[in-house]
Design a protein around this ligand. Structure first.
Ligand code: SF4
Length: 236
């Protein structure tokens, strides 16, 4: 596998940023809305999640107390566009129970919880996995936690950063061991990876149009159409 340095990773990020511009994540009006969006965005396109967030907003439910009082039977039909809407309505309620009891429904109180403790507590909420929790910590609470996902796995394994079978923690460590804890960098780096995976580094990659292909100044991939770099001395 390739043991890139933090400088290498930042060069990779910079090429994506120069090609696609800043991604301006997470598009929302409040930290609470970002949290609800992170739950709704599980296993669905952002468009589907966004429609659901808009429906909650139009119903004046993007407030922890109003949302909790509405309950899953009112929430579920409003978030239908996010798929698995009954499950997600229950996940929202699970979160609200924790948020109202532990933080009195106040984002400032949630932000004041030390990051590791907040992560541990959020991971105990039924239906919350590390990607959802870390998205909340990074994008809603602005904590320096690098978010990884299926796109990170695909691109990272093609780049040779880690194996396709790497765990969530192993992928996350690859970035966090090499990059300074920089919220702005973590925010846009993950967004750039999602954008690349969504538009170009698909299951069947469109390498000819990829900004990080061979010739970009970066070493190129060890899988996909750029696999001629597989003999690179960087690969250990
Ligand atoms: S060059 Fe191809 S395999 Fe490599 S990141 Fe780009 S699209 Fe994916």
């Amino acid at each position: 596998m390739r043991n890139w340095t933090g400088t290498d990773l930042i060069s990779f990020y910079q090429v994506l940023h120069d090609s696609y511009g800043h991604q301006h994540w997470w598009p929302s009006d409040s930290a609470f809305e970002t949290i609800i969006g992170a739950i709704l965005a599980q296993n669905v396109s952002w468009n589907g999640a966004f429609q659901a967030v808009c429906a909650l907003s139009e119903a004046h439910l993007l407030d922890p107390h109003s949302l909790y009082n509405a309950g899953p039977s009112l929430i579920a039909p409003l978030i239908r566009s996010s798929r698995y809407y009954n499950q997600k309505a229950n996940k929202i309620m699970n979160f609200l129970e924790w948020f109202l009891s532990s933080c009195k429904g106040e984002i400032a109180k949630m932000m004041a919880i030390p990051t590791e403790r907040a992560r541990d507590e959020l991971l105990t909420i039924s239906g919350f996995g590390p990607e959802t929790v870390d998205s909340i910590l990074l994008y809603a609470l602005e904590k320096p936690i690098f978010v990884v996902d299926a796109y990170t796995r695909r691109i990272g394994s093609r780049q040779g950063w880690f194996k396709q079978t790497a765990t969530y923690a192993q992928m996350q460590e690859y970035f966090m061991d090499r990059l300074s804890p920089d919220v702005a960098l973590y925010n846009d780096f993950h967004a750039q990876i999602v954008n690349l995976g969504n538009k170009v580094c698909k299951k069947n990659p469109l390498c000819d149009t990829c900004p990080v292909r061979i010739g970009s100044g970066l070493p190129g991939c060890i899988h996909g159409k750029n696999q001629q770099t597989i003999q690179s001395p960087e690969i250990i």
